[in-house]
Design a protein around this ligand. Structure first.
Ligand code: ADQ
Length: 738
C-alpha cells in the first residue's frame, strides 16, 4: 500500500467557526494566535485539521460538509455539557491559570478532570478514524495533553508531535496541579514535544524528574527503549499576511482615518484577548501613573486599547471585563478633557486591514502580559515596521522576550518603572528607533511561521524515523500460540517474574506499587497449578515482598536481586548470609551525603545500603551522586562490593547479588523443568536473561535492546500473558502487544 504523508493537525478549536447566516451555514476564520499561525502551514502540507467547531452539537450534516470541503476541517462532536466541563473546566480553570503562574485562580474538581479524559478520548477516536498509514500527527496545546499517549496505544507506529503554545511552569508550580502526573505521562506518547522557549523546556524536564522520576537529556529522553525528543521552537508569523495587505485600499483608508483622528498626538497601541494573563488592568494603572507623573504628556498621548472578548462564560473573565471598564472610565474621567480622551477602548475583534493600519500608525506598541507563552502581537507590530520607525515595549514574561532583546523590556508588575520605559519609548530618537526596530524586523522575517513549521515537521520526521529504526534491535514480540503450546506440553515449569515495571507499572512513590486484588488472584491461580514453580525476583527487601505477597501459597520470593530466596512451598530462607561489617563505614559516608541533601534518605537492606535522592532538588542530587560514585569506586575496588547507579539512587551491594547468579543457584534444582520463563523490564533483568538457556522463554518488557529472546509491550500485556497461561487456553494473535 502506498504510504500517505499528510499532515493531521489536531487542536481543541478548529481555525474556523460555523455560523448560520440567512439559514445557510458559513465557515468564519477565528482570530486566535494558533489559527493565525497554523493556517498557512496546513495549506502548504495538504493537511486536514481536526477539532471542535465551536457549535453545541447542533450543526447539520450540510454544515459539516462545508467544513470538510471548503476548509479541510473535521469537526469532533462534543456534547455541550462535556465542553463546559472540559474546556471551561479543567482546561481553562485549572491548566490555563496554573501554567501562567496564577495559582490563586486554579479551580479544580474531579468531574472536570473526568471530562478532560473523555474529551481526549473523543479526539483520539476522531484522529484514528481519519488516519492513513504514513500520516504525521501534530497535536496542539494544553487541552490535549493526554492525546499523545492515547494515540500511541492505538497507532503505535504513527509519527506524533506535540506543541505547547502556553508557558510550561516551574516544577514547584506544576507540582500543585491535580493530576499533573497523568498529564506528563500523556505527553510522553509523542515522538517530539516542543515548547516556545528553552526555559519552558527546562521546566518540563524538571517536572518529569520531580513527579515521574524520569531523567532526560537536554533534547531527549528514553522511555523503555523508545526515545522522545524535546525541543524549543519559538513560533513566528506569516509576514505576508501583514505586509501583503499594507497597501490595499482598505488598509490605506483606515490609515487615513487614523491620521485624521490622532493628528498631533502620539498613539500607543495595545491589542489583546481579554484575559487576566495579558496584564490589561496593570497596563491601565501604569498609564495612569505615566499621566500623573508627566503632566507634559496630557493631551498629547492616546492609549488605544483593543481587546477581543474571550471565554465569557467563566466568572474570572467577567470580573476582568468589569475591572477594565471601571479603570478606563475612572482614568478618562480624571484626566480627559472636552477634546482629548486618554484611553480609547475597542472591545471587539477587528478586521486584519484595520489591525495592520493600526500597527503601522502607532508610535509605540505596548505588549505587557504578566505571563504569555509567546505573544504574537509583539511580532505583528514589528513586522508592520519595515522602515524601522516605532518602538516595542515588551514584558520580559512573554516568551517573545527571549528573542526580542532590542525591545524595551519591562516588568509589568512594576508600574513606576514600566511607566518610565513607556515614556522613553515616546521620546526615543528616530536613530535609536531604527537601530532597534531594524534588528527586530529582520529577525521576525527570518524566524517566520514557515521556518517554524518546517523545523517542527522535520524534527518530527527524524524522531519517528529514529524510533522505527531502533525497533529492529529489540527482541521480536512474543506470540501467544508458541508459548501457550510449550507451556501446556511441559510437565514441570519454572516462572521467574520481576515485580516493579513487570507485574505492576513503575510508580513514582515505592509504596504505591503494592499489589491489588486482581494481581494477587492471578498469582494464586498460577501457583495453584502443581506443575508450576513461580518465583518473584525483585530488588525489594524480603520484608516488603513478604508483606505484599507472603500470603500466596507456593509463591517463591527472591528479594534483593536474588541475594537470598524462599523457594515455592518452603518456609525457610536460603542463600548466603549477609555480611554486615562493611555497613558502618559505608553508612557514615552515605550519611554525610544525606545530611548535605535535604529530601534524601538511606535505606538499609539486608545485603545492601541505598542512598535515595528522588525527593531532593534534582540537579544538586545528581551532582552529589556523581561525586559519591567516584568516591566509592576507589574505596570498593579491592572488595566484593560495588556501587550501582539506579534511577535516582545509589546502591552499594555485593558483586554477586544479581539475578544471573541467583539463576545459576536455581538451575540444578529445576533441571527437569522443560519450560523456563523469565520476565523483566530493566537492567537488572539482563543479568538473568544472559544466563538463561537458549531454549528458555526470556521476555523483556517494553521496547529497545535486550538480551531476551522476546519482548512484550507493557505490564498490561504481561498480565494478559499470565492470565492466558494460567487458564492455558489457546488464543490466536499476539499477546506481546503492538
Ligand atoms: P493567544 O493567547 O491567543 O495565543 P497571542 O499570541 O497574543 O495570544 O495571539 C493573539 C492573536 O489574536 C494575534 O494574532 C492578534 O492579532 C489577534 N487579536 C487579538 N486581539 C484582537 C482583536 N481585537 N482583533 C483582531 N485580532 C486580535 C496562544 C498563547 C500565546 C502564543 C500563541 C501562539 O497564549 O502566548 O503566542 O498561542 O503560539
Amino acid at each position: 500500500m502506498l504510504e500517505s504523508s499528510r499532515l493531521i493537525v489536531v487542536s481543541n478549536r478548529l481555525p474556523v467557526s460555523l455560523v448560520k447566516e440567512q439559514n445557510e451555514w458559513k465557515a468564519k476564520r477565528s482570530s486566535g494566535g494558533l489559527a493565525t499561525a497554523m493556517d498557512p502551514i496546513l495549506k502548504q502540507a495538504d493537511g486536514i485539521w481536526i477539532g471542535w467547531s465551536g457549535t453545541q452539537g447542533d450543526e447539520t450534516p450540510e454544515a459539516l460538509k462545508v467544513l470538510r470541503e471548503e476548509q479541510s476541517c473535521i469537526a469532533v462532536d462534543m456534547p455541550a455539557d462535556l465542553i463546559e466541563k472540559f474546556y471551561e473546566g479543567y482546561a481553562n480553570q485549572a491548566l490555563w491559570p496554573l501554567f501562567h503562574n496564577f495559582t490563586s485562580k486554579l479551580h479544580f474538581d474531579a468531574d472536570s478532570w473526568e471530562a478532560y479524559i473523555v474529551a481526549n478520548h473523543l479526539f483520539c477516536d476522531a484522529v484514528v478514524a481519519q488516519f492513513r498509514p504514513g500520516d504525521r500527527i501534530w497535536i496542539h496545546d494544553y487541552h490535549l495533553m493526554l492525546l499523545p499517549s492515547l494515540l500511541r496505544e492505538r497507532l503505535p507506529s504513527a509519527a506524533i508531535g506535540f506543541f505547547l503554545h502556553i508557558p510550561f511552569p516551574a516544577s514547584d508550580i506544576f507540582s500543585i496541579l491535580p493530576r499533573g502526573e497523568e498529564l506528563l505521562s500523556g505527553l510522553l506518547g509523542a515522538d517530539l514535544i516542543s515548547f516556545h522557549t528553552h526555559l519552558y523546556l527546562q521546566h518540563f524536564r524538571r517536572s518529569l524528574r520531580r513527579l515521574l522520576g524520569t531523567e532526560s537529556a537536554l533534547d531527549r529522553l528514553e522511555l523503555s527503549g523508545r526515545e522522545v525528543r524535546l525541543q524549543a521552537l519559538p513560533i513566528g508569523l506569516a509576514p505576508a499576511d501583514f505586509l501583503g495587505i499594507k497597501d490595499e485600499p482598505e488598509t490605506l483608508d483606515q490609515l487615513a482615518k487614523l491620521r485624521e483622528r490622532y493628528r498631533g498626538s502620539k498613539l500607543i497601541v495595545a491589542v489583546d484577548r481579554l484575559d487576566y494573563t495579558k496584564g490589561i488592568p496593570e497596563r491601565l494603572r501604569t498609564f495612569r501613573c505615566l499621566l500623573a507623573n508627566n503632566p507634559e504628556l496630557l493631551g498629547k498621548v492616546v492609549l488605544l486599547q483593543v481587546t477581543v472578548p474571550s471565554r465569557e462564560n467563566i466568572g474570572t473573565y467577567q470580573a476582568l471585563r468589569s475591572e477594565v471598564h471601571e479603570l478606563i472610565s475612572q482614568i478618562n474621567g480624571k484626566f480627559g478633557t472636552s477634546n482629548w480622551v486618554p484611553i480609547v477602548y475597542i472591545h471587539r475583534g477587528i478586521p486584519r486591514p484595520e489591525l495592520v493600519a493600526l500597527y503601522q500608525f502607532a508610535d509605540v506598541a505596548w505588549v505587557s502580559p504578566l505571563r504569555d507563552g509567546m505573544n504574537l502581537v509583539a511580532k505583528e507590530y514589528v513586522v508592520c515596521h519595515p522602515e524601522g520607525d516605532g518602538v516595542l515595549v515588551l514584558s520580559s514574561f512573554a516568551g517573545a522576550a527571549a528573542e526580542m532583546g532590542e525591545a524595551l523590556l519591562v516588568n509589568p508588575f512594576d508600574e513606576e518603572r514600566t511607566a518610565l520605559s513607556v515614556k522613553q519609548a515616546l521620546t526615543m530618537s528616530t536613530e535609536e528607533q531604527r537601530d532597534r526596530m531594524h534588528a527586530l524586523h529582520q529577525r521576525v522575517l527570518r524566524n517566520n511561521v514557515f521556518a517554524w513549521g518546517d523545523r517542527f515537521l522535520s524534527l518530527l520526521d527524524d524522531a519517528a524515523k529514529a524510533r522505527r529504526e531502533t525497533v529492529p534491535d529489540s527482541p521480536p514480540r512474543l506470540s501467544s500460540n508458541q508459548i501457550v503450546d510449550a507451556y501446556r506440553k511441559a510437565a514441570r515449569r519454572l516462572l521467574l517474574l520481576d515485580y516493579d515495571g513487570t507485574l505492576v507499572p513503575l510508580a513514582s512513590r515505592p509504596h504505591e506499587a503494592a499489589p491489588k486484588d486482581d494481581l494477587l488472584a492471578l498469582l494464586n491461580e498460577l501457583t495453584g497449578d502443581r506443575a508450576n514453580s513461580v518465583i518473584v525476583v525483585s530488588s525489594r527487601r524480603a520484608a516488603e515482598l513478604e508483606r505484599w505477597l507472603g500470603q500466596i501459597p507456593r509463591l517463591g520470593l527472591a528479594p534483593e536481586h536474588g541475594a537470598c530466596w524462599r523457594l515455592p512451598g518452603s518456609d525457610s530462607w536460603q542463600g548466603r548470609t549477609a555480611e554486615t561489617e562493611w555497613k558502618p563505614n559505608i553508612r557514615s559516608i552515605l550519611e554525610h551525603f544525606a545530611d548535605r541533601t535535604p529530601g534524601s534518605f538511606i535505606e538499609e537492606k539486608e545485603f545492601a545500603l541505598v542512598w535515595h535522592y528522588r525527593l531532593a532538588e534534582a540537579e544538586f542530587g545528581d551532582w552529589l551522586a556523581t561525586e559519591l560514585v567516584a568516591m566509592l569506586e576507589g574505596m570498593l575496588a579491592e572488595t566484593e562490593l560495588r556501587a550501582y547507579r539506579g534511577k535516582r539512587n545509589i546502591e552499594v551491594k555485593p558483586l554477586w547479588a544479581n539475578k544471573g547468579s541467583f539463576f545459576n543457584e536455581l538451575l540444578p534444582l529445576f533441571s527437569d523443568a522443560s519450560f523456563i520463563m523469565g520476565i523483566g523490564d530493566d537492567r537488572t533483568d539482563e543479568d538473568l536473561f544472559s544466563r538463561m538457556p537458549n531454549s528458555a522463554w526470556s521476555i523483556h518488557v517494553g521496547i529497545g535492546p535486550s538480551k531476551a529472546r522476546f519482548s512484550i509491550a507493557d505490564t498490561v500485556h504481561v498480565r494478559k500473558l499470565l492470565r492466558l497461561l494460567s487458564t492455558a487456553q489457546f488464543s490466536a494473535g499476539a499477546v506481546g502487544g503492538a
